[in-house]
Write a protein that binds this ligand. Structure first.
Ligand SMILES: [Ca+2]
Ligand SMILES: [Ca+2]
Length: 318
């Protein structure tokens, strides 16, 4: 009897131990899972106070990145607030960044905002602003990070403004064409690219002869200004058909006559300085130049005219 009782007790103990061990295993795993969920909720969703105002938040077209938190603004005149903490000036202390939006009274797009960093503020007016501001690090060597805010403008006039917080002052580093990050409600990425070497790449709308865009590079200088790196010539590469006789010259410096294009001929507009010169290549590969005034008026012809009088195939979209 005693022996079998002891055996039974031993078995019971063993079973209890096995259950205990496996029980121990489960909670650890599930706690971790819950922890992850808590993190996701804290950073990805709206904080509790605004939750009552509810519906508008859930169908927000703005998926938030990083640690930015969005809430309905309790302040008169503002719609939403986007908040994030980050050390912008490299002093080891997080700075509080808040972007408060106002919407266009005739629509629902963000038409202006107030950007606050600690006690500093700058207001901005634009069109179709994406309030999901970005933190950038244009120059990894300078100890600063920037705030960048993009907008879509009235019609593909994408624009990005860069802000710097330095010595307790908030300033504008520069405004460049192009959009940073993905467009709202879309997977499409904008044209602005932070190179990580002190430069920012983008596409800028050209004015010469037509609507077109060229690769553009800006550099952050030591006076805290984002400066455009001017190029002598920008690649045009537009296939056109000649509509009206076009006389050309050997080069920008050499005015001696070169090829004369006749109506119906195919040609390629090659490069432009975006100021007054365009090079053109005929089907035999001869490259010559013509002069332009006010970006649209073709000069040096028997009868002058506008770009659309001379070329078919230009993009005239606004
Ligand atoms: Ca700081
Ligand atoms: Ca930096």
């Amino acid at each position: 009897m005693k022996k079998s009782l002891t055996t039974l007790l031993l078995i019971a103990l063993l079973v209890a131990l096995i259950i205990g061990c496996s029980d121990l295993g489960v909670p650890i795993g599930s706690v971790r899972k819950e922890d992850e969920n808590v993190n996701v909720t804290a950073s990805g969703e709206t904080p509790a106070p605004a939750a009552e105002e509810g519906a508008e938040m859930s169908d927000s077209p703005f998926p938030l990145e990083d640690d930015t938190v969005m809430s309905i603004s309790q302040e008169q005149g503002f719609t939403k607030e986007f908040r994030r903490e980050a050390d912008l000036d490299g002093n080891g202390i997080d700075d509080e960044i808040i972007l408060k939006t106002r919407v266009n009274p005739n629509g629902d797009e963000v038409s202006s905002y107030l950007l606050l960093v600690n006690d500093e503020e700058i207001s901005y007016e634009g069109q179709r602003i994406d309030p999901r501001f970005h933190l950038t690090d244009i120059d990894p060597e300078d100890g600063y990070r920037e705030i960048a805010v993009s907008e879509e403008g009235p019609s593909s006039d994408n624009l990005t403004v860069f802000y710097r917080y330095k010595e307790t002052e908030l300033t504008v580093l520069g405004e460049i064409q192009g959009f940073l990050g993905t467009f709202p409600d879309s997977d499409i990425k904008g044209e602005v690219n932070i190179q990580g070497d002190g430069t920012v790449k983008t596409k800028t709308r050209g004015q010469m002869l037509q609507t077109w865009f060229y690769d553009d590079v800006y550099q952050l200088n030591d006076k805290d200004v984002l400066v455009k790196i001017e190029k002598e010539l920008y690649p045009f590469e537009t296939e056109v058909t000649i509509l009206k006789e076009l006389k050309t010259r050997k080069s920008r410096e050499d005015a001696s006559p070169s090829y004369t294009y006749k109506p119906g001929e195919k040609a390629t507009l090659m490069e432009t300085d975006e100021k007054e010169w365009v090079s053109i290549r005929n089907r035999d590969g001869v490259i010559s130049w013509f002069q332009v005034e006010n970006h649209m008026e073709i000069m040096g012809q028997d009868s002058d005219g506008y770009s659309m009088d001379f070329f078919e195939g230009l993009n005239m979209a606004d």
